[in-house]
Ligand binder design. Structure first.
Ligand SMILES: [Zn+2]
Length: 293
């Protein structure tokens, strides 16, 4: 049963715009603050319900919590845009959950329903997934050097999505993935080095259409060079892999080495499309990942 007590969206209509349609940075920060205050206010006024099943008076009930308790496994083989068509994928992606049922409802409520109170279970789940990824990165041929740190790069949202939500959910997950990598012995820090320009909504598009819609829209921000830096991407949901592929391309073009990605959840594999040993076991990254960079 989907949660039926969705919270009101933050007042994104307050966004101040110049005549060019761009929001000035100071105004954008003000809008983010107002949106955050709005979320806090709504949290006080609207009774809480489980983000997964709608059970009253609990943000995330015990039965729904079980859906995030599994070990993170490789889920990249089910993402069409990551398939290199020779049995390998563009990069390994570890995710603890399948994007169905309570997880799907909760992620939607978390991203677009103002349910920042779900940070805790999601952060905890991707932190453990980061630790799992660390084990495989250290075991594989991509073993990162102790110095410098691995950069955990969140998949970027458009500025418009950030304003609407008051924050970027993937940034929250990236900090947790970095913590998980450190738990697993890999020095890591979050680095928001990618940006994404506005484009069509990807929801509902086919894998190929998503890829086409993202061409040229994900870029590396100006700042310290990424040449030779090792990167792990962080995202909320792995669907076709088109977004991760676009991020991978931008990072590799800047000279970075993309070791893999961690997501909170992945859409279910099409029936018969995923080798069972990939879906149910964790394989070292170097078994399937090509040399990055
Ligand atoms: Zn529940």
């Amino acid at each position: 049963m989907p949660p039926d007590r969705r919270r009101p969206a933050p007042p994104s209509s307050l966004a101040a715009r110049s005549v060019t349609g761009r929001t000035p940075p100071v105004a954008a920060r003000a809008v983010a603050l107002v949106a955050a205050a709005w979320r806090d206010l709504v949290g006080l006024l609207v009774p809480v319900a489980c983000g997964g099943c709608g059970q009253p008076d609990v943000a995330w009930c015990a039965p729904c919590a079980v859906t995030l308790h599994g070990t993170a496994v490789r889920r990249d083989h089910a993402a069409g845009r990551l398939d290199l068509l020779d049995g390998r994928t563009l990069l390994p992606v570890w995710a603890p959950a399948v994007y169905v049922g309570p997880v799907r409802h909760a992620v939607s409520a978390w991203k677009d329903g103002g349910r920042a109170d779900l940070d805790r279970p999601f952060v905890s789940a991707v932190r453990r997934a980061g630790a799992t990824a660390a084990v495989h990165l250290l075991a594989g041929s991509h073993a990162p050097p102790v110095v410098p740190d691995v950069l955990v790069v969140p998949v970027p949202s458009t500025a418009r999505a950030r304003r609407r939500r008051g924050r970027a959910p993937a940034d929250v997950l990236a900090a947790a993935v970095a913590a998980g990598l450190r738990d697993g012995g890999v020095p890591a820090a979050r680095a928001c080095v990618l940006r994404r320009s506005a484009g069509p909504d990807l929801a509902g598009l086919t894998a190929r259409a998503r890829g086409a819609a993202l061409v040229g829209r994900v870029r590396v921000r100006r700042g310290p060079g990424l040449h030779g830096r090792r990167v792990v991407l962080a995202d909320d949901v792995l669907t076709t892999g088109a977004t991760l592929a676009a991020c991978h391309a931008a990072l590799v073009a800047a000279g970075a080495v993309v070791l893999g990605a961690v997501a909170l959840a992945a859409t279910p594999a099409p029936a018969g499309a995923t080798p069972p040993d990939v879906a149910r076991t964790d394989q070292p990254a170097d078994r399937a990942a090509p040399e990055a960079g």
